[in-house]
Ligand binder design. Structure first.
Ligand SMILES: C[S@@+](CC[C@H](N)C(=O)[O-])C[C@H]1O[C@@H](n2cnc3c(N)ncnc32)[C@H](O)[C@@H]1O
Length: 229
């Protein structure tokens, strides 16, 4: 799935991956029970392959600073427009930075880097403490997922935490994206440099008509916590 594929999807409005409501994992792992509000001042969440995810807006409204990376300008501009956020543009290296500063309505700073995830350097992730990977790793075919996990390893400092959400289904039953990612693969790619904890796994096929129509017989959503060694 090269960038051209995704740019075309955004141009044609084929964005079935975009969720019109918050991802349930988000509240479960980032809300009050998990992280007290006063602790969030020190936290900055990186959202790789972020699209125009509503989850970023929720994070910003709920005390987290947000940094995204996305290759489609349509997605990035839509995100700021949909939430009526004023933004400035800063050209820097491989990226155009879209920045909405913290405001007096309680929203923390949101910055989206327009460009290629694979061009990021550790310096771009300065201040990042958390990574929220929803529909990012699973958006990529297997050979790119290996590159993606290697890049993730290079980008992170010890102690950085990732919430990784995957889907697992019989890959022979339909083609991706999203691609099926097994627990074996997550452990194979990450366990050398990360502590890998499986948090929850649930069959969500009954809630996913798109997968039912594609003839998929089981669809397991799994959340992992990865901590960089
Ligand atoms: C399946 S979508 C998921 C978007 C978002 N995470 C969400 O939950 O709605 C994958 C996104 O990654 C973007 N993308 C794909 N390859 C990319 C790359 N190499 N660099 C930056 N963005 C990329 C696509 O444009 C698309 O918006």
């Amino acid at each position: 799935m090269e960038q051209a594929f995704w740019l075309q999807r955004w141009q044609k409005g084929e964005t079935g991956f975009h969720q019109d409501s918050l991802n349930p994992h988000l509240k479960y792992y980032y809300d009050d029970k998990a992280v007290p509000l006063e602790e969030r001042k020190a936290l900055k969440v990186f959202v790789p392959l972020c699209g125009k995810s509503l989850d970023m807006y929720w994070l910003s409204q709920n005390g987290y600073e947000v940094l995204g990376v996305e290759c489609s300008p349509i997605a990035v501009v839509d995100f700021f427009k949909n939430h009526q956020l004023e933004y400035q543009l800063v050209e820097s290296g491989n990226f155009t930075r879209y920045i909405a500063e913290e405001d007096n309505e309680g929203r923390r700073r949101i910055e989206i880097l327009l460009g290629d995830f694979f061009d990021l350097s550790p310096k771009d992730l300065e201040g990042v403490t958390e990574i929220y990977d929803r529909a990012s790793m699973i958006a990529l075919p297997e050979e790119m997922r290996l590159q993606y996990s290697q890049k993730m390893m290079q980008l992170q400092r010890p102690g950085m935490r990732t919430l990784l959400i995957t889907l697992t289904y019989p890959q022979a039953e339909t083609a991706g994206p999203p691609f099926s990612v097994t627990e074996e693969e997550v452990r194979e790619f990450y366990s050398k440099h990360f502590k890998v904890e499986k948090l929850r796994a649930k069959d969500i096929l009954a809630e996913e008509p798109r997968f039912q129509q594609r003839g998929v017989s089981s669809l397991i959503e799994t959340a992992y916590k990865l901590t960089r060694n």
